[in-house]
Design a protein. Structure first.
Length: 472
């Protein structure tokens, strides 16, 4: 895969000099990858839009036929129209387009694994982020973490006729793809016909703010023979539809961009401009009674202003039964300094006991090359979690041989103002202090996140003062 990414990235530099930015290039290459993989899998596309037809063209005719294909596909009914709606060719030079298509054609992508397009895009996006000095963590949750969360939550649509799986910040669809792949592994891909149709057309739902990752999510799932329902819009500031979910898997954006005021949502008990706290309230709304969720959150969400208020509501309405402290660098190289956690909870019963697993203290930081994130980072945690997706398996602090697994009572949580981050029990021998007080880069990252949250609150206060002045 590294060789493939390097080969494709070589064109990005050339196109950059031709005025095609990295974002546009990434969109172009994924459109071409989709057409090539659709051909490999025998997916029927409209006349003269398929890969073999385009590969037969040359010169100016190639550019014209490619542009016609994008327009035709964008006018299709259903998911194909959603995928290609608004797509445009940004590569005007026939020779360049031909070379790029030839490079795509040299690889049998499906034989490398059906999710290879997402892996290729991730590699290209990493390079684009390095060139532009911008992080790209908003698009990707590391695959080992996604797969671990899916294995624990067990999103099995066979258990109910209206079973629905959702991701309100779906990015390129990684959680939804992994949920379907998990199901295929459980069933060996054998579904009864009526069940198969329901699973593939009425089970997987998402919402994404940005058009480009939404397009990629639709492509990714369509190549898995799944027709998802992925809306484009703002999950926090828009009133949600009536759709409710049995399982939610999500990694909401870490940043505070766009979070300068509290959403006008009647279903939000706590009024705050903190985006991550609002996402937790949003997930609470979206879950069906008895529904379960696994949500990635940065550390600052666990101790931010109003975190106690939100977690009080969450723990009254849900059994927040498990928290995983992820290894340092889990999101390297995109947001390497951000410390993250996964919250596991089930709606419909209050929290009585919370189990915490520390996969961070005295564990070397994850790096992209020397120490990449793997399933081994979560193996012991999965053993401690147990086989019940709602966290009801019999548990013991002795399940972890090195004391990383700890139980705390609701009374202890209340005594600490629902600030879950305050529970630290392992001494960080690497830094000579307790976890959470050491790494300067991480402390700076956390401090910046806190300051951004404060700035958002000040913007909200200023707006209220301005409104009062207008009324007066």
């Amino acid at each position: 895969m590294t060789d493939v990414v390097s080969r494709l990235w070589g064109f990005a530099h050339k196109l950059r000099h031709d005025g095609v930015d990295y974002g546009d290039y990434l969109e172009q290459i994924t459109c071409l990858l989709f057409l090539k993989m659709a051909d490999e899998q025998g997916i029927d596309l409209p006349h003269e839009t398929d890969w073999p037809h385009l590969r037969r063209q040359s010169g100016v005719a190639l550019v014209e036929h490619y542009e016609d294909a994008l327009r035709t596909l964008g006018k299709q009914q259903g998911i194909l129209g959603d995928i290609f709606s608004g797509s445009q060719n940004r590569i005007s030079a026939p020779a360049t387009l031909s070379q790029l298509m030839k490079s795509v054609d040299e690889t049998d992508w499906t034989s490398l694994g059906i999710d290879v397009k997402a892996a290729a895009f991730e590699g290209l996006l990493e390079k684009a982020a390095a060139e532009g000095k911008k992080g790209a963590g908003q698009y990707f949750t590391p695959r080992p973490l996604i797969q671990s969360m899916v294995r624990l939550v067990q999103p099995d649509p066979r258990v109910a006729k209206d079973f629905a799986i959702g991701d309100p910040a779906c990015g390129t669809g990684g959680f939804l793809v992994a949920a379907y792949e998990w199901l295929k592994d459980q069933t060996e891909g054998a579904f009864e016909r009526s069940l198969a149709k329901r699973i593939r057309t009425k089970t997987y739902y998402g919402k994404e703010l940005v058009a480009r990752p939404r397009r990629l999510a639709l492509m990714n799932l369509y190549l898995h023979q799944v027709e998802p329902h992925i809306a484009i819009g703002d999950s926090i500031y828009e009133t949600p539809s009536g759709q409710r979910f049995d399982v939610i898997l999500a990694n909401p954006p870490f940043g505070t961009k766009g979070a300068n005021q509290a959403p006008a949502r009647d279903d939000f008990v706590v009024e705050t401009s903190n985006k991550q706290l609002n996402f937790l309230q949003h997930v609470l709304t979206l879950l069906k009674p008895g529904g379960r969720a696994a949500v990635v959150v940065p550390d600052n969400v666990l101790f931010a202003d109003q975190a106690g208020e939100v977690f009080k509501i969450l723990m009254e309405d849900c059994n927040v039964h498990t928290v995983l402290r992820c290894p340092r660098g889990t999101f390297a190289p995109y947001t390497a300094g951000t410390k993250t956690n996964v919250l596991f909870f089930t709606k419909g019963e209050p929290t009585k006991t919370l189990w915490l697993y520390d996969a961070r203290t005295n564990i070397p930081s994850v790096t992209k090359k020397a120490r990449p994130l793997t399933s081994a980072h979560f193996a012991e945690f999965e053993h401690c979690y147990g086989c019940d997706p709602n966290g009801r398996a019999r548990r013991s602090e002795g399940d972890s041989g090195d004391g990383r697994w700890r139980k705390v009572s609701l009374d202890e949580i209340i005594d600490r103002g629902y600030k879950i981050d305050s529970f630290k029990w392992l001494k960080d021998t690497e830094h000579g202090e307790q976890e959470g007080t050491g790494d300067p880069a991480e402390l700076v990252s956390d401090a910046i996140a806190e300051l951004q949250a404060v700035v958002g609150d000040l913007h909200q206060l200023q707006k209220l003062l301005d409104d009062d002045a207008i009324v007066a």
